[in-house]
Ligand binder design. Structure first.
Ligand code: PLP
Length: 446
């Protein structure tokens, strides 16, 4: 259960960035890979381990992104690596719909246990987050016999045709890629910094709009990220989610939690729904589920999940055996290493540093998030308007100093921190201090 080369957990840069090997690879990438597939970093990965990613020129980066909340157990978690190796020796694929295998069933059993709600549940496995969301919508429509799908402002649900329709932000996700799937309706949610509403007030606005503009009898499901991810790590005001869930239940509407980004210990709970005291009818999962292997799941009330008969759900690669083996090993890692508690320690650590910085820098308009899903929103101190240019400058500067730093937000003005849960606190501190120093330096230069 040991990796061949555990990477030293330290940031170290030996070349200009990008180094010569990365520059060569980037030239090949530009010649061979479609331009639409952009990259945040200009360096190519060689290996990764816990809080560190090493590039092909031997530079070590502090990883504050986890490949977008995927490698929460680390980039080469020993249990995951071992489990995938062992499965490789047995078989790589049979197609579960042709010849089933045990790991698929076991992952479903785990999902049924771990997701919120003590009612009987069933699951189905797929490959990407978008595919999980699509299948959550399929089962909700089949179960209710209704067409409409309701989503929130600032939502992100993926890049397939249906999930593009469900996603809010036009550039870069939707621009020029329509027409989009019909029967998707967008209503406001809860964004405390910008709407100033209590959770109750925001929920009333949300359900009144659904009632007036769509009609509850037409709605199959309301799909919500408990904490919005790409939209800006927006944490809804207390009471918002429970009120929306109650209204859905009263109207026979399936409440779907898109926990693709928030799931699997990321927010300091197994699933973010728990933080808000809600039990979704259906939960979509992916990202952190399998230590980096492509896997996604839909888990929900047994009567909803079973509404579609045999053969109605599936996909060639859904629940691939290597990915299922990885998921079982990742779940064991979350449990054995106490990573739910670890995410809470990361929350305390990051919030303390970021709030201290916000006290003397009015450009930090908000510090928010839960667990190891923390963000700062950068604004013009005079007006409170989003400052995307500053955000991009800070992120670029931090990257050039060896810290993988991501941004997000409808307005592009959110720095988001998604470290692996296995990162050491000193290394995390070094990463976050580099980002904060970048912010301070840009202020000094202006
Ligand atoms: C990333 C993400 C998706 C899409 O997942 P893919 O695996 O990229 O298809 C859907 N919903 C949320 C909340 C996400 O963060």
């Amino acid at each position: 259960m040991t990796n061949a080369t555990p990477a030293p957990q330290a940031r170290s840069l030996h070349t200009d960035l990008p180094g010569p090997r990365s520059r060569d690879l980037m030239a090949r990438k530009e010649a061979a890979v479609a331009r639409g597939v952009g990259t945040t970093m200009t360096v190519f990965a060689d290996h990764a381990d816990r809080g560190v990613l090493v590039d092909v020129d031997g530079n070590s980066f502090v990883d504050l992104g986890s490949g977008i909340a995927v490698t929460s157990v680390g980039g080469a978690a020993p249990r995951v690596v071992e489990a995938v190796r062992a499965q490789l020796d047995r078989f790589t694929h049979t197609c579960f719909m042709v010849t089933p295998y045990d790991a698929y069933v076991e992952v479903c059993e785990k999902l049924n246990q771990l997701t919120p709600g003590s009612f009987p549940k069933k699951s189905a496995l797929f490959t990407s987050g978008a595919e999980a969301v699509e299948n959550a919508v399929k089962v909700a429509r089949h179960h209710t016999g209704r067409p409409a799908v309701v989503v929130l402002d600032h939502a992100y649900h993926g890049r397939t045709n249906l999930t593009m329709a469900m996603t809010g932000k036009v550039v870069p996700y939707k621009d020029g890629f329509g027409p989009f799937a019909p029967e998707v309706y967008r209503v406001p949610g809860s964004y405390p910094l910008r709407d100033g509403l209590s959770g109750e007030q925001a929920a009333r606005r949300t359900v009144e709009q659904i009632a007036r503009m769509v009609g509850p009898d037409h709605v199959a499901c309301v799909v919500v990220e408990p904490i919005q991810g790409e939209g800006g790590f927006i944490v809804p005001a207390d009471g918002f989610l429970p009120a929306v869930v109650d209204w859905c239940r009263a109207n026979g509407i399936v409440f779907v939690a898109d926990e693709v980004q928030t799931g699997f210990a990321r927010t300091g709970a197994w699933f973010a729904s728990e933080l808000f005291g809600i039990e979704p009818d259906v939960v979509a999962t992916a990202k952190g589920i399998a230590g980096g292997l492509p896997l996604s799941g839909v888990t929900g009330r047994a009567e909803i999940m079973d509404s579609a008969g045999s053969g109605r759900l599936g996909g060639t690669y859904g629940g691939n055996p290597l990915a299922c083996a990885a998921a079982l090993a990742a779940i064991e890692t979350y449990q054995a290493e106490g990573l739910v508690e670890r995410a809470r320690a990361i929350e305390d650590f990051l919030l303390t540093r970021l709030r201290a910085a916000a006290e003397h820098d009015p450009r930090i308009g908000d510090v928010r998030g839960r667990g190891a899903m923390i963000a700062v929103e950068l604004v013009d101190p005079a007006t409170g308007d989003p400052d995307a240019a500053l955000t991009n400058q800070v992120a670029a500067r931090a990257r050039s100093q060896g810290v993988i730093t991501l941004t997000c937000g409808t307005y592009g003005n959110v720095l988001r921190f998604l470290p692996p849960l296995t990162i050491s606190l000193p290394l995390l501190g070094e990463g976050i201090d580099t980002v904060l120093a970048s912010l301070a330096e840009i202020g000094a230069a202006a």
